[in-house]
Write a protein that binds this ligand. Structure first.
Ligand SMILES: C[S@@+](CC[C@H](N)C(=O)[O-])C[C@H]1O[C@@H](n2cnc3c(N)ncnc32)[C@H](O)[C@@H]1O
Length: 369
């Protein structure tokens, strides 16, 4: 049993601990921990080898939470004074971020989600309860809901939440509506994953400040003669003009921040029927090949594309590029044909294998797997 004061102080809108599937030994962060109920529940799940942090801006709530922890005899918890927009924990320091009815209160939700992404280790899970709007609310509906339940004034729509999570780099995004509070306002469980990659590496969305490194890796790939018919990397303007902004990722060295590889995609057609069909390119720094960077980038890209409603990812691979073909086949691409001697490259007419990956969760692709 938790101390009665902890339960009474609970101001949540769901049970994030129940959906976070916490495992023994994990490190958990609760954003806006209030009286500490979810920290104490998590502390039991992660056991003595694990650790649970609560962050809250209110000194009174921190005092209450610390008293509650003492009463519960919880030794593996720590309550930190700070804001959820600027979490006082280092990068990649927690396995799971939970939160219960707090993110909707923030005036800068993009910063909150970016902080959650920053403090999570690669492969880490985000699982929060929050209040969301099923659709865009008019002012009157928002006010009515706010008067009924509070926590509705600043709530995001489901689509806004998805877009913000994807923009900071989360994948496998799932938003499940639970209690219906009327006027389109719901409690919800929001889940997402920080892409997994090898130790010391990170995958995040590509930024403009990555331009020089991205283009240098592109050029190095073209110089091998095995990546593309192109021989010269485009300008940054040329690169970004044709590529979808929400489907560009880089893999970076977690310590130095150096870009080790990138993946990006373009639409294959403006026709609505092909809205979920994209063509991708992936390039890994020549010094970092065969270290899992390409696979991690591709897996993150596939998850993000499915989140964005893409049902087919296609590309062309030179027949001689066995490493690229093997990598793509390992993550579910299949060869759909060979375009024989389709183009002349440095004086040689070359074959291109057309590969594609049909999603088993988006569109009609299930029958192709
Ligand atoms: C609705 S209560 C929820 C508390 C707790 N999660 C629960 O379920 O009982 C909101 C809590 O978030 C804290 N809070 C609100 N905005 C915050 C922010 N920007 N940074 C840190 N804490 C915040 C408040 O101090 C309060 O303790």
């Amino acid at each position: 049993m938790l101390p009665e004061g902890t339960v009474r102080a609970s101001l949540g809108c769901g049970n994030p601990v129940a959906v976070a599937e916490l495992r023994a030994g994990e490190t958990v962060l609760d954003l806006g921990s209030g009286g500490g109920i979810d920290v104490l529940l998590s502390a039991r799940r992660v056991g003595p080898e694990g650790r649970v942090y609560g962050v809250d801006a209110s000194p009174d709530m921190l005092d209450l939470a610390r008293r509650n922890a003492e009463q519960a005899g919880a030794a593996n918890v720590e309550f930190l004074h700070g804001t959820i927009e600027r979490v006082p924990l280092p990068d990649r320091s927690v396995d799971v971020v939970i939160s219960n009815c707090v993110i909707n209160l923030s005036g800068d939700k993009a910063a909150v989600l970016a902080e959650a992404f920053r403090v999570l280790r690669p492969g880490g899970r985000f699982g929060v309860s929050d209040v969301v709007a099923a659709h865009v609310l008019d002012e009157q509906a928002r006010e009515r809901a706010e008067q009924r339940i509070g926590c509705a004034a600043g709530s995001l729509t489901v689509q806004e939440y998805r877009d913000l999570l994807a923009a900071v780099g989360f994948v496998e995004i799932a938003i499940t509506l639970s209690a219906d509070h009327g006027d389109g306002v719901h409690s919800a469980i929001v889940q997402a994953v920080k892409p997994a990659i090898g130790p010391g590496l990170e995958i995040r969305p590509m930024h403009e400040s990555d331009a020089a490194e991205v283009l240098a890796i592109y050029q190095a790939g073209l110089d091998t003669g095995q990546a593309s018919f192109e021989t010269t990397a485009p300008s940054w303007e040329g690169f970004t003009a044709s590529r979808l902004p929400q489907l560009r990722y880089v893999a970076t060295d977690g310590d130095s921040g150096e870009v080790l590889g990138w993946v990006a995609a373009s639409r294959v057609s403006d026709r609505p029927v092909y809205a979920g069909v994209v063509e991708h390119s992936i390039y890994v720094h020549p010094g970092c090949q065969a270290q899992g960077v390409g696979r991690a980038l591709l897996e993150a890209f596939i998850a993000a594309s499915e989140d964005a409603g893409v049902w087919t990812i296609q590309s062309g691979i030179f027949g001689e590029n066995a490493a690229s073909l093997a990598l793509h086949q390992a993550v579910g691409f299949r060869v759909v044909g060979t375009r024989e001697r389709i183009g002349c490259h440095h004086g040689v007419w070359r074959d291109v294998l057309l590969v594609e990956r049909r999603s088993s969760v988006v569109g009609g692709g299930g029958r192709f797997r």
